[in-house]
Design a protein around this ligand. Structure first.
Ligand code: R5P
Length: 280
């Protein structure tokens, strides 16, 4: 592996503990203005400093992130479908390698749809992207997207992760499932878990994170369970403590309660300030 590739990877997965907290805000690429991500800049701004990396499309990167940031960018480069279209798996590569380099991407992310109608196309997209990434020293994160007809179990996810790794993906993002350790065991590159739809309670998010790390995940690529929370800053800070400081679920709950208070106080202060400014 060349120096540039190693250097970029070390920005995504922290070398001191081999872990990562990736903040996912790429949902609009097929979902449109997702709840609480309607104005990406507003969602991203308060959370960015707490993330190890940010996963997003070039459209949101250009319009909604200050270029002076030192947070590495994981650029989604697959898409071309939408939730109202015919088949979500019919994805193509949507960003040229030159534009990804211009945008200073630290990693390229692309979805594969194993078992879908467009399985071959999306796997061929991955192989092509890995070739391009290898040419310029940019790692590729394969996202194992799961079609409605597929079961999210260790057999299926283990197969999807292994196929993506065999095609050369440097990192894999997948879903947590029962017997997740089997998925990790059969995958020769680091595995990150997606958060998935917003869970009803914070405790469930912390349990998901704890179990995934215990079973071998190297971190999270989490979106909705952070920015759809009533207390997004408290959520990301707590998830970070779980990933990098091995907080238990109990410790996470305690920290979240504490952070929640600070976040609420800050919010009240901001409202008061805004009211006073209006009076002047
Ligand atoms: C989904 O296709 C996107 O790639 C998201 O980045 C991914 O699902 C993680 O976000 P969430 O935690 O909201 O599932």
């Amino acid at each position: 592996m060349d120096w540039g590739m190693k250097n970029r990877l070390s920005k995504i997965i922290k070398p001191n503990d081999g872990r990562c907290v990736m903040l996912a805000v790429d949902h609009g690429y097929f979902l449109g203005p997702t709840e609480r991500l309607e104005i990406p800049e507003k969602t991203i701004r308060p959370l960015l400093q707490h993330a190890d990396s940010l996963m997003l499309t070039r459209g949101v990167l250009r319009t909604s992130v200050n270029p002076s940031t030192d947070v590495p960018m994981v650029l989604r480069v697959s898409g071309g479908t939408s939730i109202v279209g015919e088949d979500l798996s019919n994805e193509t590569i949507t960003v040229s390698i030159e534009d990804a380099i211009k945008l200073n991407a630290s990693c390229l992310a692309l979805s594969v749809f194993v078992g879908s109608k467009y399985e071959h196309q999306t796997l061929a997209n991955l192989a092509k992207l890995v070739d391009e990434g290898e040419r310029y020293g940019i790692p590729v994160l394969a996202v194992t997207a799961v079609g409605k007809e597929m079961v999210r179990d260790a057999r299926y996810l283990g197969l999807a992760c292994r196929v993506a790794a065999e095609l050369g993906a440097h990192l894999i993002k997948t879903y947590y499932c029962r017997n997740f350790e089997k998925v990790v065991e059969g995958c020769p590159v680091p595995v990150i878990i997606a958060g998935g739809k917003k869970l009803p309670t914070e405790k469930e998010v912390f349990e998901l994170t704890f179990n995934a790390l215990r079973d071998g995940a190297c971190g999270v690529d989490m979106g909705r369970n952070i920015w759809q929370s009533e207390f997004p800053i408290s959520m990301i800070k707590t998830i970070k403590a779980m990933v990098h400081e091995n907080f238990t679920v109990k410790e996470a709950m305690d920290l979240f309660q504490k952070e929640k208070k600070t976040e609420r106080d800050g919010f009240i202060q901001a409202i008061k300030k805004a009211k006073n400014t209006k009076r002047i």
